[in-house]
Design a binder for this molecule. Structure first.
Ligand code: MN
Length: 244
């Protein structure tokens, strides 16, 4: 039986090594990762629709900042590293996935891309959340998780510790999405759609798989939703069982 095919947008500017933890997390939870290349001018909606038709789920991973013109703002000095072809490609893919009812999972930049793609905006700089220079699995701050969210279904209780490798965050939440987690200083750390087909977090669960059971469960939940909703005939079998 075929495994659910999970598209992962991978920018050549970051290089393949950056994306390995995401690809491994998908494999570890029963999915088949499929890397998707950004296109220089972005994607026309018909191109995005046809790329989405070839996958069963979309993972939008971490990376550089979204170029602020994508949400109607000028780029400030505090937003130095952008990758507009990746932005345009991911924004088109997120919209096409939503239109096709294909599950979407966003991590860090991915959460920010999803919010922008659906009409939200970002804060271009926040203090206290960028722990680059420390191990990527450093548990840096708590988040308070909204009961009933997909995120809350995998966390042990409503407060968990997370890693934090970002200096931007969601500002205005896009229509159709709601906040599912905050840090104590008020930063948006999770967003979802009401039907749970879009789930995103600001932390990096792909770096926490071996130390936090909820991080693995978050991936397993996503791959499970993909298998449940897939439009290409893949079937959920033993997705994510330890030792498989
Ligand atoms: Mn954070």
């Amino acid at each position: 039986m075929s495994k659910p095919r999970i598209g992962v947008t991978c920018s050549p500017l970051r290089g393949p090594a950056y994306y390995l933890p995401y690809l491994r997390a998908i494999e570890a939870t029963g999915g088949e990762p499929v890397t998707l290349d950004p296109q220089p001018g972005g994607l026309a909606s018909t191109q995005a629709t046809s790329m989405i038709a070839g996958i069963d789920g979309l993972l939008v991973p971490g990376g550089w900042d979204v170029d602020p013109p994508a949400y109607g703002e000028d780029r400030q000095e505090e937003t130095p590293d952008v990758d507009p072809p990746l932005d345009l490609t991911e924004i088109a893919l997120v919209r096409a996935a939503v239109d096709a009812n294909v599950p979407v999972f966003g991590i860090c930049r991915g959460q920010q891309v999803i919010n922008v793609a659906l009409g939200g905006s970002l804060r271009q700089h926040i203090d206290g959340h960028d722990n680059h220079g420390h191990p990527r699995d450093l548990l840096a701050h708590a988040i308070d998780v909204v009961p009933g969210s997909e995120l809350s279904k995998v966390t042990p209780g409503d407060r968990v510790m997370v890693n934090s490798l970002h200096h931007q965050s969601v500002k205005d939440v896009a229509p159709g999405l709601h906040v599912t987690a905050h840090s104590p200083d008020g930063v948006v750390e999770g967003i979802e759609s009401a039907d749970g087909m879009i789930v995103a977090v600001q932390c990096h669960p792909e770096e926490l798989l071996s130390q936090q059971g909820w991080a693995m469960a978050l991936f397993r939940g996503f791959v499970g939703r993909v298998a449940d909703h897939n439009h290409n005939g893949a079937v959920a079998t033993d997705a994510g069982k330890e030792g498989s």
